[in-house]
Design a protein around this ligand. Structure first.
Ligand code: ADP
Length: 408
């Protein structure tokens, strides 16, 4: 529990509380003229034996200490009876025995407390602060009448941080808006060409062939987007289930690279795999890891094609926690990525150049999938790139211990 005000002796606030729980002294607890509190006539102090007081105080302290959110309990004049450490960190000026209006320097909250005390009705308010960061919270101010002592009451102030919930709500709304926009664009193109084919181009075989080709590409784009969205939601659903199948990253990455040879040839890019002699075994989900390396190598082939080469290298090293991890890096020699984009690359639908991504058949979800797959595998992604100097995406995954001696 936070200590009483250093200006106050322990005797002094206990004395005040004794009077609150025991024989209430209106003068002693009356509000200071500067404080916007008033003692309601409807809430006279209970008359109790002074010897009952300490256990009540201790009980109050213990009760608020056990609550994870900031809580303060006030007397009917708005003075602080008890508060927990969470309330103290939110409002460091809170002092036992002093008016809550001094401790809570939030005008809306002070107003709500005064209102609840005057009317005896519970109040809920929303609070928002912009500095140092945007935060939202809700406060409940609840007058509580003590059944055992008719007329006795306290006011309980609880504050709940709504920032994480608001952030998730904002993210979900953004995500739905982005996904709808991404689907609407190809859909509008397809609908437009259907109109043209039914109307002006009805008897034009050359236009028909060309438009059907465009419609097919747009339909594929929608299919890829839906596929990526479903993959994301599947991975998210299993986010807390650790994959437990031993997977050799060396052979898996080789297979992925082999599968992308056609695309590499189309783009005029050579994939060089520098594999170690032994396996690098991690606990993983084979399909998800395949998807992860497909996305990284494909990005190298698509965006880094001008560099003509994509290098894949393996290593094993000690991670930050001292445990051994496998590292696979995918390096291209293309235009690279300006440093200001790096922190946002794994956000859903974030692209450096939207037109370029669309032209390459991108959905903007590839690296978001990579990040989610790595989270589930307790791995990490690091991106090293400078504009004009290619890009290196390095994946680190915890190694299964027995494989370490064979590692490179
Ligand atoms: P997309 O489906 O657009 O490829 P990703 O999430 O895979 O989506 O990538 C996000 C963006 O990051 C891409 O649109 C591209 O701008 C950039 N990017 C990814 N990999 C590379 C790379 N190897 N070189 C340059 N830019 C890249």
């Amino acid at each position: 529990m936070p200590a009483a005000d250093s200006d106050d002796t322990g005797e002094s606030w206990i004395g005040r509380l004794r009077r609150f729980f025991g024989a209430h002294d209106e003068d002693e607890l009356s509000r200071p003229t500067s404080a916007p509190m008033s003692t309601p006539a409807s809430a006279p102090m209970p008359a109790r034996e002074a010897r009952d007081t300490p256990p009540e105080i201790a009980l109050l302290d213990a009760a608020v200490a056990g609550i994870p959110d900031p809580v303060a309990v006030l007397d009917p004049s708005g003075r602080v009876l008890a508060f927990n450490t969470e309330a103290a960190s939110l409002a460091p000026a809170l002092r036992r025995g002093e008016p809550a209006s001094i401790g809570f320097r939030m005008p809306e909250l002070v107003e709500a407390i005064r209102d609840a005390i005057q009317t005896g009705a519970a109040r809920r308010i929303e609070l928002s602060t912009r500095l140092p960061a945007k935060r939202f919270s809700e406060a409940f101010v609840t007058p509580v009448t003590r059944a055992s002592t008719p007329g006795g009451s306290v006011v309980v102030v609880t504050i709940r941080d709504l920032t994480p919930i608001r952030r998730v709500e904002e993210m979900r709304a953004d995500f739905v808006a982005n996904a709808s926009h991404e689907l609407r664009t190809p859909l509008a193109a397809i609908a437009g060409f259907i109109d043209t084919l039914q109307g002006p181009a009805r008897d034009d075989p050359a236009a028909r062939t060309r438009f059907l080709g465009i419609m097919q590409a747009q339909a594929w784009r929608m299919a890829r987007l839906i596929d990526d969205l479903l993959s994301l939601s599947r991975i998210e659903l299993r986010a807390h289930q650790r994959p437990d199948t031993p997977v050799d990253l060396v052979s898996l990455v080789r297979q992925v690279a082999d599968g992308l040879q056609t695309l590499a040839r189309d783009r005029g890019v050579a994939i060089e795999v520098d594999a170690p002699p032994g396996p690098l075994v991690v606990l993983g989900d084979r399909d998800e890891l395949t998807r992860l390396f497909e996305n990284l190598i494909e990005n190298g082939l698509k965006y880094g094609a001008s560099g003509k080469r994509v290098d894949i290298a393996f290593a094993s090293a000690a991670g930050a926690d001292g445990k051994r991890e496998a590292r696979v890096s995918v390096r291209d020699y293309g235009p690279g990525i300006a440093v200001e984009h790096l922190p946002r690359l794994t956000e859903r639908f974030y692209r450096v150049d939207v037109g370029e991504s669309r032209a390459q058949g991108g959905t903007g979800l590839g690296l978001a999938l990579v990040k989610h797959i790595l989270n589930r595998h307790q791995g990490r992604l690091s991106i090293d790139s400078k504009a004009g100097a290619g890009a290196t995406f390095t994946v680190a995954l915890p190694l299964v211990e027995e494989t370490s001696p064979k590692d490179k």
